[in-house]
Design a protein around this ligand. Structure first.
Ligand code: IPM
Ligand code: MG
Length: 381
């Protein structure tokens, strides 16, 4: 009957989480802080190599702010799979302390252990950080102007199958059960953020994606709450789609351009944003922001590519995704001008001018050369 106790524990924890959400304060105002602390987390595999370049670019753009003491960078080295595995924790305590002492974070990829590998049963550092810092909104933009595609995905980031992904139970040898969590305040806050974004950016339509015809309780709640929130935004058109047909409609040229802002529970958002990023050149090109009320974390969408490190190719790894995440960070903390400069430089270096090309191998530019290329565009501007 161990699993009954486990279930009871889960209910208690989640009820407490709901109460905490109901009582949380508003969004932090970065510009009102004396000093904005930006943590740079290298992570695993190619992470330290590419994150170093993003740091260099950010440090250059914020040089004056650093001199004034308005911005401070903190380098956080300890979030590696070796350290996490040694203490069997998704984020070692001392590293979490360093993280929590920052206001925003730029993070390279971290290795996600899978069942049965040599790292033991450690939860994904990404997922743990999203939970520990309550980063409830995973905002992932995909834009391809020449195809008329301009999507912004608001993926809920702390609930759904992810909330208790490591707390499922094997009832017996034949029966395994996992739990899926959707809450009212958890849905309300992601929906509100999405609608506010739509309103502030002149978007005409918000699309809610679920599988509420089958998953009635949790997706049913998600859909209903999103529709409730929508009532406060009467100027915005709302439609809802099921996730299966949504994956098809993203490739439907006659349909896809109507989508603008999309709201999804965690797992559907995970899947659909990989599909969406593929239109733009793959997950390696996308940046991802994880927004909470108190903290925010910006990261590369791709993985840690351990093979590139094994083959000595990490210096050829493409730093663009994490640099793009850096641009999102700048914009989030109120340095829009610097962010725009960086977006423009990225556009020139990867689309319009393309004087250097990264291939991930010796025949391409190194990440270092590419970062200098981006920096040269910024200073030129
Ligand atoms: C993502 C990734 C993560 C996720 C993994 C690495 C845990 O796929 O950020 O989309 O599933 O959320
Ligand atoms: Mg994913």
């Amino acid at each position: 009957m161990e699993y009954m106790e486990q279930f009871e524990k889960i209910i208690k924890e989640q009820t407490a989480r709901v109460e905490a959400m109901k009582n949380d304060g508003g969004f932090i105002d970065y510009q009102a802080l004396d000093t904005i602390k930006i943590g740079i987390i290298g992570g695993d595999g190619i992470g330290p190599a590419i994150t170093k370049h993003a740091y260099k670019v950010l440090a250059s753009l914020l040089e004056d702010e650093v001199k004034k003491g308005k911005v401070e960078f903190r380098i956080i080295d300890g979030l590696t799979i070796e350290n996490r595995s040694a203490v069997q924790k998704a984020i070692p305590d001392d590293v979490l302390e360093e993280i929590k002492d920052c206001h925003v974070l730029l993070k390279g990829p971290t290795t996600t252990p899978r069942a049965g590998d040599k790292w033991g049963n450690v939860e994904s550092a990404n997922v743990a950080m999203r939970k520990a810092l309550d980063l409830f909104a995973n905002v992932r933009p995909v834009s391809i102007p020449e195809k008329g595609i301009d999507w912004t995905f608001f993926r809920e980031n702390t609930e759904c199958l992810y909330a208790l992904g490591s707390q499922g139970v094997n009832i017996n040898d034949d029966l395994a059960i996992d739990f899926r969590v959707i809450t009212t305040p958890g849905t309300e806050r992601i929906a509100r953020l999405a609608f506010e974004y739509a309103r502030a950016n002149g978007k005409k339509r918000v699309t809610i994606v679920t599988k509420a015809n089958i998953v009635k309780k949790t997706d049913g709640k998600f859909l209903n709450i999103c529709k409730e929130v929508a009532k406060d935004y009467p100027e915005i058109e709302v439609d809802d789609w099921y996730i299966d047909i949504m994956t098809a409609k993203l490739v439907d040229e006659k349909r896809r351009n109507q989508f603008q802002v999309l709201i999804l529970p965690n797992l559907y958002g995970d899947i659909l944003t990989d599909e969406a990023a593929e239109f733009q050149g793959g997950v390696g090109t996308a940046g991802s922001s994880n927004i909470g009320k108190k903290y925010a974390m910006f990261e590369a969408v791709h993985g840690s590519a351990p093979r590139m490190v094994e083959e000595g190719r990490d210096k050829y790894a493409d730093p663009c995704s994490v640099i793009r995440a850096g641009a999102m960070l700048l914009s989030h903390i109120g340095y829009q001008e610097q962010a725009d400069k960086l977006y423009k430089a990225l556009e020139e270096c990867t689309v319009t001018e393309k004087k250097l090309v990264i291939t991930g191998r010796e025949d391409g530019a190194t990440g270092d050369e590419f970062a200098d290329y981006i920096l040269s565009k910024i200073t030129e501007a």
